[in-house]
Design a protein around this ligand. Structure first.
Ligand SMILES: [Zn+2]
Ligand SMILES: [Zn+2]
Length: 354
């Protein structure tokens, strides 16, 4: 188990298809030539916040986890607004996210910093061609709607529409120079910022932060990420019980996406808002001594990787040492499997979905 898998050809960065993504990182700097007006900061903030909420409360909590119900019209609106973030369609996004929960930090996980390193989990997996296709088999419940399949296929439509609208909004406020500033800084700047806020939940939220629950992976609770990403930084809570519409489980765990879902439920836009059941709040708490299998596996994974590296660098002249390392690796693997099986007796919750 747990060897560092080598990068296959289809997992290498596809420079051709990644060029637009890279150019987008440069475009906001072109605003040096146009200058910025006070409203550009406002456009940046509103476009970031609205689309971030559509991704967190919509793409993530609705499409991936069905944490509440809504109408067919509303779900299309959510898919369109979330789509304007240029992170592909809701079916693509949520399908891959379901895969992440199914195999979190295991060799199959699409974006595990434990398995493939930090940069791979942050954006390497997006820059290669391997995951271009929508995994329809993981999201049949929403793939049955033709309008969602349409917007998933033509996923560039919403961001292009928003870009054009932002440009003309900027023009209406202050003429052509203002139009370019609004587009470059307001639209492209906030889109790039939103990319990295979203990616940080896949990368940093499995590396930095604290753990309340003994989950089967390395998820953390991180208040900075929670503030930036509308509550999504309470990632350990989320992995513990993924079907919950709230990811902040305590009153002080700020979760603005949940507040918006709650508000939407008061005015009847959404219903059946799911929350974490009381018994799950008590289950697998680290402070009560639950075995932390997720972190245990990560540490063994790192130890095995170090042993493998030592074996490789031992070279041909040290056959005896290599043999000893081989024995040590075999013994370690056997021990890991033994302890993993034992710990499964007190199986941490992988979270209940749908
Ligand atoms: Zn995760
Ligand atoms: Zn999730």
């Amino acid at each position: 188990m747990n060897e560092a898998a080598p990068f296959a050809r289809e997992e290498r960065i596809s420079w051709a298809s990644s060029i637009p993504f890279m150019i987008m990182h440069l475009l906001p700097f072109a605003a040096f030539f146009t200058g910025l007006r006070w409203w550009d900061a406002l456009i940046f903030f509103v476009l970031f916040y609205v689309r971030m909420t559509a991704l967190t409360a919509g793409y993530h909590r609705y499409f991936a986890h069905r944490a509440y119900r809504t109408s067919r019209v509303m779900q299309f609106i959510i898919a369109f607004v979330g789509g304007a973030a240029a992170q592909k369609g809701a079916l693509w996004w949520a399908g891959h996210h379901r895969h992440h929960h199914k195999y979190s930090d295991q060799p199959e996980d699409i974006h595990s910093p434990v398995q493939r390193g930090f940069w791979w989990s942050h954006c390497g997996w997006i820059l290669c061609r391997k995951y271009d296709k929508t995994p329809f088999e993981l999201i049949p419940d929403f793939a049955k709607f033709p309008e969602l399949r349409f917007i998933n296929k033509f996923h560039l439509l919403p961001p292009i529409a928003l870009g054009v609208a932002t440009f003309f909004f900027g023009y209406a406020l202050g003429g052509w120079t203002s139009a370019w500033a609004a587009l470059l800084f307001g639209f492209f700047g906030s889109t790039v910022f939103l990319y990295h806020v979203t990616f940080m939940i896949n990368s940093l939220a499995h590396v930095f932060g604290t753990r309340r629950f003994a989950t089967r992976e390395t998820s953390r609770n991180n208040w900075i990420l929670a503030l930036l990403a509308g509550g999504e930084g309470w990632h350990n809570n989320h992995h513990h019980y993924m079907a919950s519409a709230n990811q902040g489980f305590k009153w002080w765990e700020i979760d603005t996406s949940f507040y918006i879902i709650k508000l939407a439920s008061y005015v009847g836009l959404v219903s059946d808002v799911r929350k974490v059941p009381k018994h799950m709040m008590e289950k697998h708490l680290l402070k009560t001594g639950a075995p932390d299998l997720g972190m245990f596996e990560q540490h063994w994974h790192n130890a095995l990787r170090a042993l493998e590296n030592a074996r490789v660098s031992a070279g041909d002249f040290y056959d005896e040492r290599k043999k000893k390392l081989d024995e040590l690796i075999t013994m370690t693997k056997a021990k890991v499997e033994e302890i993993t099986l034992l710990a499964k007796g007190s199986e941490p919750a992988g979270g209940e979905n749908a």
